[in-house]
Design a protein around this ligand. Structure first.
Ligand SMILES: [Zn+2]
Length: 305
C-alpha cells in the first residue's frame, strides 16, 4: 500500500522505494544515499571520505546543530548515518526528510567529502544494496563480493539437514531461561511481557543453534515448548510461595500446587494469573519470534535497491 509520504518521496525527492525492505535510495549531487526506516524514525545513510580517509563524527556536530530535523549521527567506517526526527503528519515528515537530505548533501559538498564505496573506500559509483539484512552503499565489485558471500551462506543453510531433536533440546534450554524469568518476576509479585521477550529470543535461538535451521516446523515446536514452560514456570512460582507458607519441600509443593490452591480457595487467582502469564508472554514472544524469523530470512538475501 503506497502512502502519501512514499509517493512524495519518490516523486519530489526522486528516490526509489523497495517495498520488501522499506528502504528508499537515490542520488543527490553525486552522493548515493539511502533512507532507512528505524522504528518510527528515518535514518539517512551516506558513504563518504575526505582525502581518502573516513569521516570523523565530530565533524558533523555543526551540521546537526544547524539543521533542526537532524537528531544525531553515527559513523561506521565510511558509512555515516544521520537520524531524522520522527512523528507528525506525512507533510511534516516529508519536509524534515527533504530538509535533511539537502542540508547533509550541501554540507558534504562544501566540506570536501566525496562519495565512496562503504567497503573499499574507492571513490567509484556506488548504489544502495541490501545484503544479509543490512543496507550498504557499495561499488559494483563489492556488491558482487558481498552478495556472493550471502548466497554461499544461504546455500550452506539450504544444504544443512534440520536436526529436529537438537532443535527441541535447544528450544527447551532457551524456554527454561524464560521460565526462570517468569518465576523470578512472579516472586516479586508481577507478571511481565519481558519474560515473553526472553523466552521468545532464547527458545528460537536455541532451536536455530542446535537444530541448524529456523524452519516453520522449528517455530511451531518452539511455541509448543514455550507454552509448556509458561505453565510450568507459573506453577513453580506458586509452588515456591506454597512451600514457604506451608513449610513444605519445594518438590512436594510443586506436585500438589493445584490441590493446594483449591484448598486455600485461591483457584480463581491461580488460573486468572496463569491466563495473564500466557497473555503477557505471548505479547512479548510473538513480535520477538517474527523479528527473529525475518532476520533469519534476510540473512540469506542480497539485491541492489
Ligand atoms: Zn568497493
Amino acid at each position: 500500500m503506497a502512502t502519501r509520504l512514499q509517493d512524495e518521496l519518490c516523486s519530489a525527492e526522486r528516490l526509489s522505494f523497495d517495498p520488501a525492505s522499506g528502504v528508499y535510495t537515490g542520488n543527490r549531487s553525486g552522493y548515493s544515499l539511502a533512507l532507512i526506516p528505524a522504528g518510527s524514525q528515518m535514518n539517512l545513510r551516506v558513504s563518504v571520505c575526505k582525502y581518502g580517509a573516513s569521516a570523523d563524527r565530530a565533524a558533523f556536530k555543526a551540521l546537526i546543530k544547524s539543521c533542526k530535523p537532524l537528531k544525531g549521527c553515527a559513523v561506521q567506517g565510511y558509512g555515516v548515518t544521520f537520524s531524522i526526527a520522527a512523528g507528525g503528519t506525512a507533510a511534516k515528515q516529508l519536509e524534515r526528510i527533504s530538509t535533511s537530505i539537502r542540508a547533509v548533501t550541501e554540507y558534504l559538498a562544501m566540506n570536501g567529502y566525496q562519495n565512496c564505496c562503504e567497503a573499499c573506500g574507492r571513490m567509484e559509483e556506488t548504489s544502495g544494496c541490501y545484503v544479509g539484512g543490512s543496507v550498504k552503499l557499495l561499488c559494483a565489485e563489492d556488491y558482487q563480493n558481498a552478495s556472493q558471500a550471502v548466497f554461499r551462506q544461504a546455500e550452506e543453510i539450504a544444504q544443512k539437514n534440520e536436526n529436529v531433536i537438537g532443535g527441541i533440546v535447544g528450544a527447551l534450554i532457551g524456554a527454561l531461561i524464560g521460565a526462570a524469568v517468569i518465576v523470578g518476576i512472579g516472586q516479586l509479585g508481577y507478571v511481565s511481557m519481558w519474560s515473553g521477550v526472553v523466552m521468545g529470543v532464547c527458545a528460537v535461538k536455541g532451536y536455530e543453534l542446535l537444530g541448524g535451521k529456523l524452519s516453520t516446523k522449528g517455530i511451531v515446536l518452539s511455541c509448543v515448548i514455550m507454552a509448556i514452560m509458561v505453565y510450568l514456570g507459573h506453577r513453580m512460582d506458586w509452588a515456591i510461595t506454597i512451600a514457604k507458607v506451608r513449610g513444605l519441600e519445594l518438590g512436594e509443593a510443586f506436585r500438589e500446587t493445584e490441590q493446594a490452591v483449591r484448598l486455600f480457595g485461591v483457584s480463581r487467582n491461580y488460573y486468572s494469573n496463569l491466563a495473564l502469564t500466557f497473555l503477557f508472554t505471548a505479547i512479548g514472544a510473538v513480535p520477538t519470534i517474527i523479528t527473529a524469523r525475518k532476520k533469519y530470512k534476510a540473512k540469506q538475501v542480497a539485491y541492489k535497491l
